[in-house]
Design a protein. Structure first.
Lengths: 112, 447
């Protein structure tokens, strides 16, 4: 089982969700996040004082998938979230030790 | 057997009886138009504090302090009312000497439904009293902008209650009260033209605010840590309520539904518009973009500056006064504040102290007998009529306001500091005043 964490632009959320649904992934967690990589922020002015805002709004998608479809999931995210500009985001993949379904205590890949 | 409902109010009637006996019967000289306008104006001025100022200031602070900030305005609405009813109306508007009234009107004795001809012969004395109360409420509330996000609620209540007695009442008495030293309408020694409170309200509160900011010191993290407004939307709504409410503040100061009220209304609108434009132009030049916060701040600066002038100047000069105030206050709030480094958190001094000062001085220049023959028919009013001496009188009024504000505020701050301490602890300040002073959170979107 693999955990896929993708930080993407908020405006791409709908496209990414649709693409994931098409490859058969229905379970995911969406978080509102702030952050930046190489993307610069912007300045705001309040009563003449300058504030640099370098934490930009992002969306983080987390999902745990079976090893066989991990690569399909990654491709779905990349193709739907990419614009070609700085700020597109990143995907991180890690191994998951166990998954448990709370409803009936089912364990392992069938719990996903 | 069920208690008879109609018997319930009887005890209240017993309380009211002595007051009813002390009141004179309503005199026939009351104008229903004047009274209707004045009561409406009183309501408009209260609206300026709640929720106008509460929202304006509330939006400018960080989320963790929003309720505490609004509570400060609300506390003034309650506490000042009680003080006014008991004795501060008497100190401000009762007969006394040139600097303070006495206790003749304490507990509103002699303040009934008959007009008080010194102030207005066409409205009940209590209408005048309740109208003036709304000014007494907003003045200390304005000061809260200077010590936002770091003052103890208990200390604020005590300090501003004492301030109402020691600073506001004498200043109001001098400019508007019977026999007041600066009262242009009632033969004061140094007649100062202040139609709706440029000196009484804005200079006293603005300068006191500066003293508070300097005495209390900067907020934790100021100026390095950014503390941008948590909701310019709330401030925007508050500012618009201030603008509309200010028609009661200025036009109501005509004390009648008269042509003078119209002049003040028109001048108020004109000055506010040019001030907002002026601030926006200044921002556009300096920062490349005009901001919403700048526009509403400019509007407030214009409202402040036109306050003393509203019932004395022609409409075209009102446009000029606004334009000057917008740019002047913008410079005070940006350049001057950052140069000296004081933490006047919500710019009470930069907008009210500075705007009130420039407005009071410009009043001396532009006041004209055409709008307001306050010294008698045909007699010159301000420099526009050739009475340049009026500008000097304005300076005296401004100086007295500054002096009283500085001395009174310093003494009271020291006193309250010694008694109960003024500032919250560093930990409380970081955690936020809503939770530490009031046990509440302003927003809970999770539930």
């Amino acid at each position: 089982m693999q955990k896929i964490e993708a930080v993407i632009q908020p405006s791409k959320l709908d496209a990414v969700k649709d693409a994931l649904l098409e490859v058969g992934i229905e379970g995911m967690t969406i978080l509102e996040a702030r952050g930046h990589g190489r993307q610069k922020g912007h300045t705001e002015f309040y009563r003449g004082r300058e504030y640099t805002v370098d934490l930009l709004p992002k969306i983080k998608i987390e999902m745990v998938v079976r090893d066989e479809i991990a690569e399909k999931a990654i491709q779905a995210i990349v193709s739907s979230a990419r614009t070609g500009k700085i700020g597109d985001g990143k995907i991180f993949v890690s191994k998951i030790d166990e998954a448990i379904r709370i409803r009936n205590d089912e364990r392992g890949p069938s719990a996903l | 057997m069920r208690p008879r409902r109609f018997l319930l109010p009887l005890p209240l009637l017993l309380l009211a009886a002595p007051a009813a006996l002390a009141q004179s019967p309503a005199a026939p000289a009351i104008s229903s138009g004047d009274n209707a306008w004045m009561l409406t104006s009183a309501a408009l001025v209260l609206l300026m504090t709640g929720p106008g100022l509460a929202l304006f200031y509330g939006g400018l602070v960080r989320r963790k302090n929003v309720l505490a900030t609004m509570m400060q305005s609300f506390a003034m609405m309650c506490i000042v009312t009680v003080l006014w009813a008991l004795f501060t109306y008497s100190l401000a508007f009762g007969p006394g000497n040139a600097f303070i009234g006495g206790f003749h009107y304490a507990f509103l004795h002699h303040v009934g439904l008959a007009p008080d001809p010194d102030y207005s012969s066409t409205i009940p004395a209590q209408t005048y009293m309740i109208y003036q109360l709304m000014f007494a409420i907003i003045t200390p509330a304005l000061i809260c902008g200077a010590f936002a996000e770091r003052m103890k609620f208990s200390a604020m209540c005590l300090f501003l209650s004492l301030w109402t007695i020691v600073v506001y009442s004498p200043m109001a008495h001098m400019v508007w009260g019977k026999g007041g030293f600066l009262n242009a309408a009632l033969g004061g020694s140094v007649p100062c033209l202040d139609f709706a409170g440029g000196t009484v309200v804005h200079i006293t509160s603005g300068v006191s605010a500066l003293v508070c900011a300097l005495y209390l010191g900067k907020r934790v993290g100021y100026p390095k840590e950014p503390a941008p407004p948590h909701s310019v939307v709330l401030s925007f709504i508050g500012a618009c309520l201030l603008w509309v409410g200010w028609f009661g503040f200025n036009a109501g100061s005509a004390l009648a539904a008269s042509g003078l009220a119209t002049s003040a209304f028109v001048n108020t609108q004109f000055a506010t518009a040019t001030a907002a434009i002026s601030w926006c132009i200044a921002e556009w030049i300096r920062n490349g973009k005009p901001s919403a916060l700048g526009a509403i701040s400019g509007a407030v600066a214009g409202l402040v500056a036109i306050t003393p002038a509203s019932g004395f100047v022609q409409p075209m000069p009102a446009l000029i006064i606004g334009a000057v105030a917008g740019a002047f206050c913008y410079l005070m709030v940006t350049l001057v504040k950052s140069f000296f480094g004081y933490d006047d958190s919500l710019d009470a001094f930069g907008v009210h102290g500075a705007g009130g000062t420039i407005g009071a001085l410009l009043t001396g220049f532009f006041a004209t007998t055409v709008i307001n023959p306050i010294y008698g028919p045909g007699k010159p009013t301000g420099a526009a009529d050739g009475n340049w001496h009026q500008v000097l009188n304005q300076l005296v009024g401004v100086a007295i306001a500054w002096g009283l504000a500085i001395v009174g505020t310093l003494i009271l701050l020291k006193l309250v500091d010694m008694l109960i301490g003024l500032r919250v602890t560093r930990e409380q300040e970081i955690e936020g005043l809503d939770v530490t002073q009031h046990g509440e959170e302003g927003y809970d979107f999770g539930s």
